[in-house]
Design a protein. Structure first.
Length: 368
């Protein structure tokens, strides 16, 4: 009888202990973080936008998450991932600073049985990526190029090409998408390449290989850095002959670089007019578009990307398999992906797409 009681009470103690452990491991539990989020840098408004949209999406939910920034350093990024692993995350949402370099960080996560979602930028050359949420980056490049084609003035127009960082797989996708639209228009004489001997050498090649893309991007990269973009644009205009000025077209990869490139071209009196692309719908660029200083931007609704990433994370936490719509090869495996569409914004539709849609508030802009 006594022995039996002891067994029952021991069982009770074990059950209570198990309940406490389970509670600690739950979404609300003491100090445990379920979803870790790592973003590349606070220095570009694009990623601060993502942080804000994550916070908005998480408001009122009981998911325990933590957002860390890598500040442009792959070492810091690895450290961030390790910090989150130690906090017991089950899912890691990570936008890599450098696609190849991030492999080591996610391999550490995989070892700790954490599911990895590559966010916006693909982590490359590793099998430790489970899912990828992204915008249609080829479509971004195509939309930028199509805008230049649609606004070309006659023929023989100088075309200045700029690209993102070679460490970012997206830079390849953007340029690849743009090239498929621009190349036929270079071949038919609408545009003449002003600033890239590598692109000039490949002007008859419709489909560029990764190596060929590398050559052009290596020459016209901005490294996603507004200052580098500015310096390059200045160098190009200083070197340009008179027939490479006048009315010009500029492929700028994103808003941060577009604004600084636009400022350089605007200050050259031999440049009569220019059409310049962008992407991200950063507030400063939305103002530039309203003011006619930047021609267009590609709006990527970050709310959708955040929703997709968190949706995937929650489905993993619930023990389900997230829905995907396709896959991307990362140089090692095909990563299952969910892709989101993009919207072209210029002066004509900026109010409708960005203000009336509730993405931004009218009070943040002048001259709408
Ligand atoms: C993102 C862009 C961003 C760029 C620079 C790319 O991977 O897709 O939205 O402008 O990185 O940060």
């Amino acid at each position: 009888m006594k022995k039996g009681f002891k067994t029952v009470s021991l069982l009770l103690v074990i059950m209570i202990f198990a309940a406490i452990v389970a509670a600690c491991g739950s979404k609300n539990g003491g100090g445990k973080v379920s979803v870790g989020i790592v973003l590349p840098t606070k220095d570009e408004p694009r990623w601060v936008q993502d942080e804000q949209r994550f916070k908005d999406a998480l408001k009122g939910t009981d998911y325990s998450t933590e957002i860390l920034f890598s500040q442009g350093s792959s070492a810091k990024e690895k450290e961030n991932v390790e910090t989150l692993i130690n906090k017991g995350i089950d899912v890691l949402i990570i936008c890599p600073q450098d696609g190849d370099a991030a492999a080591a960080a996610v391999e550490a996560a995989k070892k700790a049985k954490i599911k990895v979602i590559s966010y916006d930028r693909l982590i490359t050359k590793t099998d430790a990526v489970d899912y990828y949420v992204t915008f249609d980056s080829i479509a971004v490049g195509k939309a930028q190029a199509q805008y230049l084609v649609d606004h070309a003035k006659g023929s023989g127009e100088p075309l200045y090409l700029y690209a993102g960082a070679a460490s970012d797989n997206n830079a390849f996708l953007f340029f690849q998408g743009a090239w498929t639209v621009l190349q036929p228009k270079i071949a038919d004489g609408t545009f003449k390449i002003a600033n890239s001997s590598e692109a000039e050498a490949l002007k008859d090649t419709a489909d560029l290989s990764r190596d060929q893309l590398s050559k052009i991007i290596g020459q016209v990269t901005t490294n996603w850095d507004a200052n580098e973009a500015k310096n390059k644009a200045q160098t190009h205009l200083t070197a340009a002959a008179a027939d490479m000025k006048g009315d010009v077209a500029i492929l700028a990869p994103n808003d941060g670089t577009a604004r600084s490139i636009a400022d350089v071209f605007a200050s050259d009196s031999a440049v009569k007019s220019f059409v310049v692309t962008g992407q991200d719908a950063e507030k400063a660029s939305v103002q530039y578009v309203i003011d006619g200083k930047q021609s267009m931007t590609v709006f990527k609704d970050v709310r959708d990307l955040v929703k997709d990433a968190m949706g995937m994370a929650v489905s993993i936490l619930d023990g389900n398999t997230p829905e995907t719509t396709g896959s991307y090869n990362n140089g090692s495996i095909d990563v299952k992906a969910k892709q989101t569409e993009v919207i072209v914004v210029d002066k004509e539709n900026v109010k409708e797409k960005l203000i009336d849609s509730g993405y931004y508030e009218a009070k943040d802009f002048q001259g709408l």
